[in-house]
Ligand binder design. Structure first.
Ligand code: GUN
Ligand code: ZN
Length: 443
């Protein structure tokens, strides 16, 4: 068993997320090993109480530091690290001019491996310990990312990007080299082979990954939906209702569906463990479809601001009641830092927030990037929190990391003020250390 002493932030699981933060000024986190041989939180609480229950244990003490759950990033694109900061009039020209030219490079296993190593190092440096992310349409890109995540023992979910039309040939799925299967059939066969190879290995998970409806044929979406039914524990990830021109295009291509979102439902792609990025331009029928199917939204505020896509309607989501959490959307998104994403969510949350006249609270923002995002993934109680039983993924935050952080956090007179000052002023410098749960071999 290991023990860590510092201030500790975690979340209660049985109350309003906006009021659910629990903060021990002087806390103790005890990490043990569960029946599967994985390091999990054994106990957590005030140092003075727990110390007497475990008098002999050696303690790592981090004075003036804060232990907090590792962040959960619900949506990004690992092959778009080099695309960050590419300005365009909107989503579709951005894809054409910057994204597709970069993604074609991932046909190379070496290029993919270097990018995967950089991406995962950057997540960890920023305190992200669980990520759902896109690969490209090249199987080499998927294998490279899973391989690196396994090396780093990270909880990571990815999948082969499915796109069999309406993009340059070298970023589409490829037909079998021997002239056998066509690109659509081959992409579905590759997906199933990758599920069998990687899903559930260590902490890795597979996501069936149609890029978005406009770049898939009916046959590819139908095949993806069939795989989603055959493998109910596998995730699904895609994009929806991000940009007005994208929506018009999707409506034109799939006129029989009630809405763009409904297109995914019509192909069996809305269910528990299905995560849809953006979900901006929804009506209440779309929101009810999310709620009734158990699908969840990845809210990507830095991306939506950068690409001029619009504002996620938090009030609408809460009124109808579907799950959502925060995401970087690198490289439409502008930062790997969860602090930047939370701050952008605060800005976006002002839109339409008539109830309080303000925006999201710091506890809501932090919850959406940890326990809330974990719940959206169907991983509540597994990651994103530090309650007993959770996998021991955590960050050690240094509120004195910069002169301004030190000055401002010292003035905080409440937990909300402390969290807010870190959200507004924080970045990778705030994250002193990221600790990943280890698998301990039974002797
Ligand atoms: N829609 C389809 N592909 C993408 C992508 O790569 N990024 C974003 N933001 N939206 C998309
Ligand atoms: Zn995206």
């Amino acid at each position: 068993m290991k023990a860590y002493r510092a201030a500790i932030l975690r979340f209660a699981t049985d109350c309003d997320p906006g009021q659910s933060a629990i903060y021990e000024q002087d806390g103790l986190l005890l990490v043990g090993v569960n029946a599967q041989g994985r390091q999990v939180v054994q106990a957590v609480g005030p140092y003075r109480e727990l110390r007497t229950r475990f008098p002999d244990i050696a303690i790592t003490h981090w004075p003036e530091r804060i232990i907090a759950p590792g962040f959960v990033d619900l949506h990004s694109h690992y092959p778009q690290t080099n695309v960050i900061g590419s300005p365009a009039e909107g989503l579709l020209p951005w894809l054409e001019h910057y994204t597709f030219p970069e993604e074609r490079r991932f046909a190379s296993p070496d290029y993919s491996t270097e990018a995967a190593q950089f991406f995962i190092a950057e997540l960890l440096r920023n305190g992200v310990t669980t990520a759902l992310t896109f690969a490209t349409s090249h199987p080499a890109s998927v294998n490279a990312l899973f391989t690196e995540a396994q090396t780093q023992r990270m909880r990571l979910i990815t999948g082969l990007c499915l796109m069999d039309r309406h993009a340059p040939a070298d970023v589409l799925n490829q037909a079998a080299a021997n002239g056998g299967l066509d690109a659509t059939e081959q992409s579905l066969l590759d997906t199933e082979a990758l599920i069998r190879q990687w899903h559930g290995v260590d902490r890795l998970g597979y996501a069936i990954t149609p890029r978005f409806a406009p770049t898939s044929t009916d046959a590819q979406l139908r095949g993806a939906g069939e795989l989603a039914a055959s493998y109910p524990e596998v995730w699904i990830q895609s994009h929806v209702a991000e940009n007005k021109l994208e929506i018009a295009w999707a409506r034109q291509l799939f006129p029989a569906s009630r809405s763009y979102l409904a297109t995914y439902g019509d192909f069996g792609l809305l269910r528990h463990r299905a995560i849809y990025a953006h979900c901006i331009h929804f009506d209440d029928d779309d929101r009810a479809l999310m709620r009734n199917t158990g699908a969840a939204a990845a809210v990507c505020p830095t991306s939506n601001l950068f690409l001029g896509s619009g504002f996620f309607d938090y009030a609408g989501a809460d009124r109808v009641g579907f799950d959502y959490g925060l995401a970087s959307d690198v490289g439409g998104g502008t930062s790997f830092s969860p602090f930047h994403t939370m701050l952008a969510a605060y800005t976006v949350g002002r839109e339409g927030q008539t109830k309080t006249g303000l925006s999201l609270s710091p506890q809501q923002l932090w919850w959406q990037h940890t326990a809330g995002a974990a719940r959206a993934l169907g991983l509540a109680g597994v990651v994103g929190n530090l309650q007993p039983g959770c996998e021991a993924d955590f960050v050690v935050l240094n509120p004195q990391a910069t002169p301004l952080l030190a000055r401002r956090t010292a003035l905080a007179t409440s937990l909300d003020e402390l969290l807010f000052s870190m959200i507004v002023l924080g970045d990778d410098r705030l994250v002193q250390q990221t600790v990943i749960s280890q698998a301990i071999q039974a002797r």
